[in-house]
Write a protein that binds this ligand. Structure first.
Ligand SMILES: [Zn+2]
Length: 88
């Protein structure tokens, strides 16, 4: 659960981290049983509803009991951050 622990305020840094850990990201998604959905194009950005691929996942965070995923758009990243803060 390394990818979702803590919130990096520097979003560009976070994107870099995700890029470096793309292999880890796959493992991570497999663990969450989201990898298959991603491959089938069934995963959507929580904010703008764009179809997510391994290349445009910006953030994965726990939102209450479910997992919130959004794309790399700055607007979406910021909205997800707000959603997360509202839940906690
Ligand atoms: Zn989005």
């Amino acid at each position: 659960m390394k990818l979702i622990s803590g919130w990096e305020t520097d979003l560009s840094k976070r994107t870099e981290i995700l890029a470096v850990h793309k292999v880890k990201l796959r493992e991570f998604l497999e663990k969450l049983e989201l990898w298959d959905s991603l491959q089938k194009g069934e995963l959507k950005c929580e904010v703008c509803r764009i179809t997510l691929t391994i290349d445009n996942i910006g953030l994965i965070i726990p939102l209450g009991t479910k997992i919130g995923i959004c794309c790399t758009e700055m607007d979406c990243l910021l909205k997800m951050k707000q959603m997360k803060e509202n839940k906690t």
